[in-house]
Design a binder for this molecule. Structure first.
Ligand code: SF4
Length: 411
């Protein structure tokens, strides 16, 4: 399948940690929808009984490490590694035993020493609008217990977009966000990021493939670049999912050093900055990490990114009723973005139970938008997806954590 080339997926769809998932959710106090648990094929690693896999994931090794293992440990030809990649990324193999053009003994050796997936799908929800959400539990790691994260498939016309989580929880503490309520537990590993993409691919019919990736799920991707970048390298490579970097968007609250680090990698990913407020006094209230970064620092880093990449900047702005949806905030935002090639995604907030924030009125949204547009700022207001499946980031995890939901069949 194909999607429109050169279009930043963050431009037009509901994909944000602060958007689809917040907009679409019914709130943490809402009951888990009575959708059937859907099982999808998995090859979860054998467990010791405590949920700890006994084997490492093949996806956790770099291409060099894989090739070394294939040639030096298993004594096979180099091209066998490419065969394995093709099976996993193009033919959706979830088990080494599926790889029928590999010698049987080699398959058995692979299966004895590695697994492909280490997580288990705890819940699979399907929205009536086609949005699908997986809640995946990864096994304990070091001092960290099992960690649950969410990933989402968003269907929009020809696009098939995955929203990927980068951490278990989030340490940024945005005041309106369910993902950050309990802080960050740990960063996800390369294989755990790739597993989300492969499992969502497995949800698609065989004649469809993922077209876009947005790193806008749970966690701050720029706080986990050592794992996010290698995973995106595989996702954007011909031997992986083959998704063009211009169809991959990384979202951040504005970690300036990491924005600069993004410029050092060869690939030009799209950048979306979750701004949410135009001034430090307002942003400090909404995004606590702003006290260390500052709006000015973010805008300078964004300008450097724009200068180096030529990519249009996207700013995410969650509208919180009565807080950052005022005329004054709109004028300040227009001032901040004056003369910039920037897009503002306005995201009306949907309440999260237990948090004291409200959806702005339609009049307030329209008024805010008009001020920006009258000042020449390009604005989009996101449509909502997955309303019926607790799609707001972090909310399904919290809901399921509070309930006694068993694992889906097949896991
Ligand atoms: S940065 Fe973290 S806390 Fe802030 S909205 Fe995103 S996931 Fe939530």
């Amino acid at each position: 399948m194909s999607a429109e080339p050169g279009v930043n997926p963050a431009d037009e769809m509901v994909v944000g940690r602060e958007s689809a998932w917040h907009e679409g959710a019914a709130g943490a106090a809402s009951p888990v929808k009575s959708l059937p648990l859907v099982s999808i094929p998995t090859s979860a690693a054998p467990s010791t009984g405590s949920g700890v896999p006994t084997k490492p994931s093949w996806l956790g090794m770099s291409a060099v490490e894989q090739e070394r293992w294939v040639t030096e440990v298993a004594g096979q030809a180099k091209f066998r590694r490419k065969q394995i990649e093709k099976w996993i990324f193009q033919q959706r193999a979830t088990s080494f035993n599926d790889m029928t053009d590999l010698p049987l003994a080699f398959r058995e050796r692979l299966a004895a020493e590695f697994t492909i997936f280490t997580g288990q799908v705890v819940r699979h929800q399907v929205s009536k609008d086609g949005t699908e959400k997986l809640l995946i539990e990864f096994p304990p790691m070091g001092r960290h217990g099992a960690g649950r994260i969410e990933c989402v498939l968003i269907r929009e016309k020809q696009r098939r977009t995955i929203c990927v989580s980068s951490q278990v929880g989030c340490g940024m503490g945005c005041v309106f966000c369910a993902s950050g309520l309990d802080g960050v537990d740990r960063s996800l590993q390369v294989n755990e990021i790739l597993e989300q993409m492969l499992r969502i691919t497995g949800v698609l019919p065989v004649d469809e493939r993922l077209s876009h990736i947005v790193m806008m799920g749970m966690g701050e991707p720029l706080a986990n670049l050592p794992n996010v970048l290698p995973a995106l390298e595989v996702a954007s490579s011909d031997f992986g999912l083959g998704i063009s970097p211009r169809r991959i968007t990384i979202s951040t609250v504005g970690l300036t050093k990491s924005i600069d680090r993004l410029l050092e990698v060869g690939k030009r990913y799209q950048l979306a900055i979750s701004l949410h407020a135009p001034t430090n006094s307002l942003r400090n209230q909404i995004v606590p990490t702003n006290e260390k970064i500052g709006v000015e620092g973010i805008m300078e880093a964004a300008a450097r990114f724009k200068r180096e990449t030529g990519r249009r900047l996207t700013f995410e702005y969650v509208l919180l009723g009565g807080i950052n949806d005022t005329l004054e905030a709109a004028e300040d935002l227009a001032d901040l973005l004056a003369g910039q090639d920037a897009l503002v995604n306005l995201i009306p907030y949907n309440p999260v139970a237990g948090l004291p924030y409200a959806t702005p009125s339609n009049q307030a949204i329209a008024r805010f938008r008009k001020v920006l547009e009258d000042r020449g700022v390009v604005v989009k207001c996101r449509q909502r997806k997955g309303d019926d499946i607790d799609a707001a980031c972090g909310q399904l995890r919290r809901l399921v954590d509070k309930s006694s939901v068993g694992l889906a069949d097949g896991n």
